[in-house]
Design a protein around this ligand. Structure first.
Ligand code: FES
Length: 184
């Protein structure tokens, strides 16, 4: 190949590589199917009071720490407008507890209550509040049991088991595998 040809082919190859990378990235971010949260397999753990019934409004979230052998797991309790897979319903009140450890690379996810405002930050428009990861802008849907719905994460956020006794909600265990802490 002559030097003159190289001047032509090199930029073409670079541009082709860029568009191929961009296409794969767009597919992975928006369209590649991700596993459903499904029915959880629980591992029993300590019994920790997390809220009183009626204390949280719909679409309110409360952070809490759940003790594990290797430390405390950051988690959220959310009150939802309808039942979610792996959650607990008490009469008309629907709850879900989720790990806050992102299943992509382990950053701490936040509750994003205003999807309109978040659409600017995350470049992702969603129809309801979600859990968002500030590291690479992954998003998880609580109404789908914590399923990953946008960004690099593939797997759902692990759930914590909830039980109600009297007027109190307790976390009593966690889903396995506890990604990313227990493989997967
Ligand atoms: S660590 Fe959460 S999206 Fe990458």
């Amino acid at each position: 190949m002559k030097r003159r040809d190289l001047v032509f082919y090199l930029p073409v190859a670079v541009a082709g590589g860029f568009f191929a990378w961009f296409g794969v990235r767009t597919y992975n971010l928006r369209f590649r199917p991700r596993p459903e949260a499904g029915t959880p397999t629980w591992k029993a753990g300590p019994r920790v009071a997390v809220a009183r019934l009626g204390e949280l409004g719909v679409w309110q979230a409360r952070p809490f720490l759940y003790p594990l052998p290797l430390g405390e797991l950051k988690a959220f309790l959310l009150r939802l407008p309808e039942p979610a897979p792996g959650g607990l319903s008490v009469g008309e009140e629907h709850y879900l507890a989720l790990s806050r450890i992102c299943t992509h690379q382990g950053c701490t996810v936040n509750f994003v209550p205003d999807p309109e405002a978040a659409s600017l930050l995350y470049n992702f428009r969603y129809e309801r509040p979600f859990l968002g990861c500030p590291c690479h802008f992954g998003a998880f849907d609580p109404l789908l049991g914590g399923k990953a719905v946008y960004g690099p994460p593939r797997f759902p956020l692990p759930r914590l088991r909830l039980e109600a006794e009297g007027e109190t909600l307790y976390a009593t265990g966690h889903e396995v595998p506890l990604r990313p802490m227990e493989g997967g």
